[in-house]
Design a protein around this ligand. Structure first.
Ligand SMILES: *Cc1c(COP(=O)(O)O)cnc(C)c1O
Length: 372
């Protein structure tokens, strides 16, 4: 079957896969999809060259890309990505949470990597086109969703390094994902990384850039060797100021009950500006928790936890939404936050965000975009 839709002067050519999973095969895969290992029947690709701009937008069967071994991205890592989810709302409609914010961040990442920007309507049309054919892959179970992974890389063939690539490939793939926490919400233990840094001033920390992850795996492995789940990144200059946790932003809760207030590290240029973080900056005050963007050092973290002034810490991001931090380890020793169990402010914010995303609470912010 072929059908076409037009956006930004571009027509999406739809070539349905001849090997679509049967409803039974799909149901078996959706039963326990895990994260990032099951993919839907289709993908969207859009090509770019300096001469033509964006062209050749298509939906086609999910499958391997054929790349010349001298493709620039394989050598010089010019690759950016996004991560967002499609949720099934109670009336059955697929919906995304603030996809325009992902489109805008994608273009900020593109600018930092000297890559072309993708018009926002094309970014959204890519999602709409994929969901129009693969929405049956959104799992039905509670706290499950279809994880969407848009990415773009330098596709020019050649090893020259004197200029950025002149051609790029944008791809959108989708992966059903189950509940992040299957046995209830469990707080994580974090390792404060003093040996490695994620991002330096003037570097690429603000961009959702593949290389930031490549550079993080050794520190993450060290955290695991220290008996921790995740690495916490400190600033590159003084190795003191807390930045973020793995691929998530951090929030610190001081006080409790009506006096609870939050602090999150300010966006200094080395942190990834999370959309979950940004949403919580709006939601928390509405729920009665004032928020401040500021800074917190590792000593302040330990002292406030030990005095009891700091009552909760959590990380936030699209994949795991809101994750409590229960214990902290570093070369200086270790300490716990509160009694090490998920705190009430953490759980309240998590519940609010999840309800908005899944459409069980009215969207008062214009954050939900439905598809279909
Ligand atoms: C994607 C990401 C986040 C979280 O961003 P969200 O938009 O909330 O998903 C935080 N830190 C890093 C390093 C990331 O890559």
């Amino acid at each position: 079957m072929n059908s076409n839709t037009t956006t930004s002067g571009l027509t999406f050519d739809v070539q349905l896969s001849s090997q679509r999973k049967t409803p039974q095969e799909r149901a078996a895969l959706l039963d326990n999809p895990g994260f990032g290992s099951v993919f839907t029947d289709h993908m969207v690709t859009i090509r770019y060259t300096e001469d033509k701009g964006w062209y050749d937008a298509r939906l086609e069967a999910y499958g391997p890309l054929t790349l010349d071994p001298a493709t620039a991205a394989l050598h010089y890592a010019q690759e950016i990505f996004e991560g967002l989810k499609a949720y099934r709302h109670p009336n059955g409609t697929p919906a995304c949470f603030r996809p325009e914010a992902n489109a805008a961040r994608f273009n900020r990442s593109a600018r930092r990597m000297a890559m072309p920007e993708l018009p926002e309507d094309l970014f959204l049309k890519a999602i709409e086109t994929l969901l129009a054919h693969d929405a049956d892959w959104i799992p039905e179970q509670e706290n499950s969703s279809l994880y969407l992974r848009p990415f773009m890389f330098a596709s020019e063939v050649g090893l020259g390094v004197n200029s950025p690539s002149h051609s790029y490939l944008f791809v959108l793939i989708a992966s059903p994902s189950g509940p992040y926490f299957s046995g209830g919400i469990t707080p994580v233990t974090v390792w404060l990384s003093e040996d490695y840094t994620r991002a330096a001033p003037g570097g690429t920390g603000e961009a959702k850039f593949a290389g930031n992850y490549a550079a993080s795996f050794l520190a993450q492995r060290q955290a695991v060797e220290k008996g921790c789940d995740q690495v916490v990144w400190l600033d590159a200059v003084e190795h003191r100021w807390v930045e973020e946790m793995g691929g998530m932003n951090l929030f610190f809760v001081y006080g409790s009950g009506d006096d609870a207030r939050l602090l999150t590290p300010a966006l200094t240029g080395t942190l990834l500006p999370g959309i979950t973080r940004d949403s919580l900056l709006t939601l928390a005050p509405e729920l009665g928790f004032p928020v401040e963007e500021g800074r917190i050092s590792t000593e302040q973290w330990r002292e406030a936890a030990e005095s009891g002034e700091l009552t909760e810490v959590f990380a936030c991001g699209t994949a795991a939404v809101v994750t409590p931090v229960g214990h902290v380890k570093s070369s200086q020793g270790e300490f716990s936050i509160g009694d090490g169990t998920p705190g009430p402010v953490t759980m309240r914010l998590r519940e609010e965000l999840v309800a908005l995303q899944y459409g069980t609470r009215p969207d008062g912010h214009g954050w939900i975009r439905t598809f279909g």
